[in-house]
Design a binder for this molecule. Structure first.
Ligand code: ATP
Length: 253
């Protein structure tokens, strides 16, 4: 991760890198201005979590890997923040679990859809869905409902990082098993998820891939057991506790 000129020994290196990537995403037309606000919100929670993957988030990432490996048609949904922060990592995860990648924007414009698809291809994606837009998630108004019929429309399991709460609810109501990556355990998206991963997407996506690689040869019973043992309410509660009661190490800045 040395795509910018930041001292890697800076105590807030990861946070600075994230800001730089989001800023770059806005400049490249991938990320919306609202994406900057979402990033700021996320950073606050991450700071309170100690900017690390807490054990319940690691359990959730393992359950997510198991769920993706068991899925018939998994899809990873990509918005402007995801494209800016983890393009290559998203492609690596998709390859590890055999998932489709679909661009899915709250503020949908043809330019931004195309820019994100190109950016993902530059980072190794062979096929990017979302541009056809011939499907619809029931219960949402026109633009926000648009998906590809053979992508998210046909998916049984969807990974929706940093998703808007309404859409997360509508996807769950449409019968999709939802894996949500969101630093706010109280957001409607995290509340709706079958598997909420309360972690920074920068850490969560590579972590799901690592678990998927580890579980690649696991049999169906093992994968089902991992999912059954995962308790989403307990994971949300553990994250909320960590945020509310966490004893932050004194910053060395
Ligand atoms: P909801 O409607 O689900 O309650 P929201 O629509 O208000 O939430 P947004 O303001 O759209 O949520 O923000 C997106 C969410 O993404 C926020 O909950 C924020 O914590 C989270 N987020 C932002 N950056 C990251 C990141 N890098 N990794 C994980 N989550 C993030």
């Amino acid at each position: 991760m040395s795509d910018v000129d930041l001292p890697e020994d800076h105590p807030r290196y990861e946070s600075l890198l994230t800001r730089h990537r989001i800023e770059d995403g806005v400049e490249k037309g991938l990320t919306s201005q609202q994406g900057l606000i979402a990033q700021g919100r996320g950073e606050t929670f991450d700071y309170l979590l100690g900017e690390e993957t807490i054990p319940s988030a690691d359990d959730a990432a393992r359950a997510a890997a198991a769920q993706l490996l068991l899925a018939d048609h998994p899809v990873l949904s990509v918005n402007g923040n995801v494209a800016a922060l983890v393009p290559e990592e998203t492609v690596t995860l998709a390859n590890a679990v055999g998932a489709d990648i679909e661009v899915n924007l709250f503020h949908r414009t043809d330019e931004r859809m195309a820019a994100i698809a190109d950016h993902l291809r530059e980072h190794g994606a062979s096929e990017v869905k979302g541009l056809t837009g011939d499907g619809e998630i029931p219960g949402l108004s026109h633009d926000r409902a648009t998906v590809d019929a053979d992508g998210i429309g046909a998916a049984d399991v969807v990974v929706v990082p940093l998703e808007d709460g309404d859409r997360a609810e509508a996807l769950a109501a449409a019968g999709k098993t939802e894996i949500v990556i969101d630093l706010n355990p109280l957001s409607r998206s995290a509340q709706t998820a079958a598997i909420p991963i309360v972690d920074n997407i920068i850490r969560a996506v590579p972590n799901i891939t690592a678990h998927a690689t580890d579980l690649a040869d696991a049999d169906q019973a093992t994968l089902t057991g991992i999912i059954d043992d995962f308790d989403p309410d307990a994971a949300r509660a553990a994250a909320e506790r960590a945020i509310r009661d966490g004893s932050l190490a004194a910053p060395d800045e």
